[in-house]
Design a protein around this ligand. Sequence first.
Ligand SMILES: *Cc1c(COP(=O)(O)O)cnc(C)c1O
Length: 365
Amino acid sequence: MTAPSALPDRPTPQPGVRAIAAYVPGKSGAPGANSIKLSANESPLGASPKAIDAFRAAADHLEIYPEGSSRVLRMALAEVHGIDPNSVVCGNGSGDLLLLLAQCYLGEGDEAVMNRYGFSLYPIVTKAAGATIVMVDETDYTADVDALLAAVTERTRIVWLANPNNPTGTYLTSAQVRRLHAGLRKDILLVIDSAYAEYVTAADYSVGLDLVGKSDNVVMVRTFSKMGLAAARIGWMVGPAHVVDAVNRIRGPFNVNLPAQLAGAAAARDVAFTERLKAHNAQWRDWIAAELDTNHMRVVPSQANFVMVLFPDAEHATKAFQALWERGLIVREIGNSYGIPQGLRISIGTESAMRAVAEVLKDFQ
Ligand SMILES: *Cc1c(COP(=O)(O)O)cnc(C)c1O
């Protein structure tokens, strides 16, 4: 008999789980009833009215399990994006899918590679699977293809790439992503997280579907969260049949609820609404960047629905955060979760929100 003291006196999570620093969401609820949340990259124009109607209609059927494969949503996505519905898996937000991909392809002793200022969920899902996250230096807040490739070892199983990236807003061109893929072994899964694809205006960008279509080791992950449906929790991924099969084996059998499936399908088809969001975003992203890019602040060029503003140091950034907070403008500090204490991430909001931000920050020393 082993000594009882050799066993812990309570249930203990796996070592990887204990190594995780929990995800920090954007703050909400600044002083004043009229505070404006610019900390989570949500839509300033609400959701597609057609998606809202579809969500409401689902209320008549809440006693019934949803169709488990999100068929109506996959069919809508297939129609709008010209893809095979069988190549799509839907998730309870795309975070759900990132977790499932990590569970499928990572285990103890494995490594996943990401750029240093990449999305903060990647280290969480990697460690949760028992694997090690390898952080790779960037060049001017942009993923560096050569550095990423140089970080690959025989233990590497996944490369995580948000394109455009959160929280920096920077992107890799289609040619750069293709070069990254070309440099990876065939057994390494390249996960292209195109969460902000709807907002990209750069002509040399590619969402990732081209690579998915012609390789066996690329998946593209998308979300409806940044285009008006964050509360509904709808994500989707497109990948080769063998990856789709693996993810389908371990996902929750009813992982996307009925209101989300119906709202997502309606939102996917409401291309006019998506275009309206994109046009609004492009206009005010350009405007706020021009307003704030002064001697005291640098706005990193963004292809997403937010901008990262860099201050001379962390103290300036904290003071700017405070000044905005006091005016009821809630932005995102990116010191703790992203290691950029001299930066703030500001979502593109309504015209009045953007004018208010500019007013506070322009005189800010
Ligand atoms: C917001 C975000 C996601 C996921 O959001 P969900 O709400 O879980 O769909 C995924 N990747 C990046 C880079 C994001 O910024």
